[in-house]
Design a binder for this molecule. Structure first.
Ligand SMILES: [Zn+2]
Length: 327
């Protein structure tokens, strides 16, 4: 993410950070918070880069291209420690190790030390207490950047020691408008229904999981106009359990696309002109008696997705429920 993107997508975060960077008045600790899908990670990388970059612009933002900027982005700098609570919780030992590393003097030529903790709410109570002690003894050359989706799960005393940087989800219409030229009308539309960050939309559009989901989506809505049985059979044959791709992500994208589609059916129109999408929409109108119920089936399937071990079984159950709803 660069300065322009931050300014366009997250004006509040931009204003606070640009003021601090321009006047060289950085806080010791930042808390980037906002719902899943908002570009907190990209924003935090930009702040970290702007702290170490030697080619900062007139507003104090990083160039994004020098060796130091690249090393921050790849989390490869000696004096940059990255902890991630996404898949495993952060433990007290992790924080103590971090403290130990940072007591040593700066090894890099920049003399700056940064630690970033992603999904900080997934730290144990012991870890949060150790972190609190660390935050209470700020060191001029050290910056903490915490990221979290649910700040209410952090200790209030931690929050009060951080400068808060809020990230807000963009509405889908804005995401669509910002991306339609680069991604094309159809992908921008489908992606804006499920992701609220133009940057992430671009990344996802290139993933195999997304592209496979889009193929499945079109063949499913086309075939289900004539025979749901056939649509079901080819969905199971093509399937989500594909060795090359992330099956759960793929199924999530597929479900989100169908939800966008059925919402459009309920509204009676779609804002895009895409020919195949529009023709499927009008064909489907004559078949489904209750798009609202289809939406409910998709929502329950999506809720079960992350807990499901067998994607084919989940898919089976979904289509079985849909069959009762189609003439
Ligand atoms: Zn740079």
């Amino acid at each position: 993410m660069n300065k322009q993107q931050l300014k366009q997508e997250q004006p509040i975060a931009y204003r606070t950070l640009s003021h601090a960077l321009k006047h060289d008045r950085l806080a010791h600790a930042y808390l980037f918070h906002g719902p899943t899908g908002t570009p907190k990670g990209a924003g935090a990388d930009l702040l970290a880069q702007s702290i170490v970059c030697a080619n900062r612009d007139e507003d104090g933002f990083a160039c994004g291209e020098c060796v130091d900027c690249r090393r921050i982005k790849e989390h490869q700098m000696t004096d940059f420690i990255y902890l991630d609570g996404t898949s495993t919780s952060i433990k007290k030992e992790n924080i103590l190790k971090l403290q130990h590393e940072f007591v040593k003097t700066g090894l890099e030529h920049t003399g700056k030390k940064i630690y970033m903790i992603n999904q900080a709410e997934n730290a144990t109570a012991d870890a949060l207490n150790s972190l609190l002690k660390f935050l209470e003894e700020p060191n001029g050359q050290m910056t903490a950047i915490l990221l979290c989706d649910q700040p209410e799960r952090l200790l209030p005393t931690i929050i009060s020691r951080c400068q808060l940087i809020p990230f807000h989800p963009l509405n889908s219409r804005i995401c669509f408008e910002l991306c339609k030229e680069e991604l094309g009308e159809l992908d921008a539309y489908l992606l804006s229904g499920m992701i609220h960050s133009p940057q992430e939309m671009k990344e996802v559009s290139e993933s195999e999981a997304y592209q496979h989901a889009r193929t499945l989506f079109f063949s499913f809505i086309e075939q289900s106009c004539t025979s749901l049985h056939q649509a079901h059979a080819s969905l199971l044959k093509e399937g989500f359990d594909n060795k090359r791709i992330d099956g759960k992500q793929c199924m999530r994208y597929f479900l989100e696309m169908l939800m966008t589609f059925y919402r459009d059916m309920i509204k009676g129109n779609a804002i895009i002109q895409h020919e195949l999408y529009q023709s499927c929409l009008s064909k489907q109108k004559s078949i489904h008696r209750n798009p609202q119920h289809m939406l409910e089936i998709l929502l329950t399937t999506r809720d079960k997705l992350w807990k499901s071990v067998n994607l084919n079984l989940l898919c089976d159950q979904m289509v079985y429920r849909m069959k009762n709803d189609i003439r």
